[in-house]
Design a protein around this ligand. Structure first.
Ligand code: KG4
Ligand code: ZN
Length: 361
């Protein structure tokens, strides 16, 4: 049995986990900073890195205790070194280096985007069959990647502007929904009709790329139209809110923002493009499976639409492993460690790290 300690601090979650043989979670501790960042409507980088400093060591200690392991039981320490926020990454990388050095353990540097994929190796079901068509959709990334083997990737395309999760977060803010927008939109959409608004889809034919900025602008235009009517503000549709009366002389225009319908129509537009392009790519590349990853992979509508349309088996990480965590880091850490990969002690953070692609020949 090979036990790996994973450490993850690329954005606003301080996380540590112990995983055995890349597939069995012994502990998975995530200290979320979501409440700290709520008032900014997004992640405030300086606040994030300072909070990582406070929570890093207690989170690691908790992960070790919950896994009931000692430092002598570990084979290696795996840590995310990019992509992500530089200040946040530095906290995790330096903690990992210090601890690994002090305990005489090897260090393995992990790419956060790749780590997301390994949420699929932590599910109860058999892991994805290679080649697998991977759709990685998070707050920072939207990537379509063909994975031929562990560590062998070809990037087919990605977003040209906003990441899918970023679009969810921005539209959530426009609709006056709580941060983060993804889960809030999913929740609001349950009470709405996806057919209520006809929103644009950027198909970008002949490419495997995505674009969400036109869709986002289309939602903004609709919100502005409602706002220009007296009394309408985002969120006013909720039962307790009453339209604001501007003056007793001018009767108010009773048009409130149909938040649920807009949320449902927006979600459907995003999901339709993600599903169709991923499935077409899987067909064209003769993939044997599809693997979803990243925070947006937690979206129930995306998961069910992908399963319904896919020609091959669809793998989704367990819900709690879609968003940032360290179990996925420890899982990929095991496969990298087993392949003989070791990081040098001068491992630095790489905020703009991309996926290492195999040569196209
Ligand atoms: O993977 P993640 O935790 O962080 C990054 O690496 O970016 O993803 C966070 C993103 C946020 O944009 C959040 O709104 C989105 O994932 N998200 C969702 C859902 N849950 C989280 N988007 C749509 N539906 C969800 N249920
Ligand atoms: Zn992530």
């Amino acid at each position: 049995m090979t036990l790996i300690l994973g450490i993850e601090t690329s954005c606003d979650e301080t996380a540590a986990a112990v995983v055995s043989d890349g597939r069995t979670i012994r502990s998975n501790v995530v200290a979320s900073q979501v409440d700290l960042h709520k008032k900014y409507g997004g992640v405030f980088p300086e606040v994030a890195s300072r909070q990582h400093v406070v929570t890093m060591l207690p989170v690691i200690e908790q992960a070790m205790a919950e896994a009931e392991v000692t430092w002598n039981d570990l084979a290696a320490v795996a840590v995310t070194y990019g992509p992500g926020l530089a200040g946040s990454l530095l906290v995790g990388v330096n903690a990992a280096k210090g601890l690994a050095w002090a305990r005489g353990l090897p260090l393995v540097g992990i790419n956060h985007i790749e780590a997301h994929l390994y949420g699929n190796w932590l599910a109860e079901t058999p892991p994805p069959e290679f080649p697998t068509m991977c759709l990685i959709v998070s707050g920072g990334h939207t990537e379509l990647i063909l994975m031929r083997e562990h560590g062998q990737y070809s990037r087919l395309g990605g977003t040209l502007d906003d990441a899918a999760g970023e679009a969810f977060d921005k539209v959530g803010r426009m609709l006056g929904l709580p941060y983060p927008g993804g889960p809030s939109i999913q929740q609001a959409a349950r009470a709405g009709s996806p057919a209520a608004f006809k929103l644009p889809r950027a198909w970008l034919p002949g490419t495997y790329d995505f674009s969400f900025s036109g869709l986002k602008t289309a939602v903004l235009r609709i919100v502005q139209k409602y706002q220009s009517k007296a009394g309408a503000r985002p969120g006013d549709e909720r039962p307790t809110a009453k339209p604001r009366v501007i003056s007793s002389q001018t009767p108010p225009v009773m048009r409130v923002l149909p938040t649920a319908n807009l949320a449902a129509s927006f979600q459907e537009a995003v999901v339709e493009v993600l599903v169709e392009k991923t499935c077409r790519a899987a067909e064209e590349m003769e993939a044997k499976s599809i693997a979803l990853a990243g925070g947006v992979a937690a979206n129930e509508s995306l998961r069910s639409a992908m399963v319904a349309r896919s020609p091959v088996r669809v793998h989704c990480p367990p819900l709690e492993l879609c968003t940032d965590n360290a179990a996925m880091v420890a899982s990929i850490g095991f496969f990298r460690y087993s392949q003989g990969e070791r990081a040098d002690w001068d491992l630095d953070v790489v905020p703009g790290l991309r996926l290492a692609e195999e040569p196209s020949a």
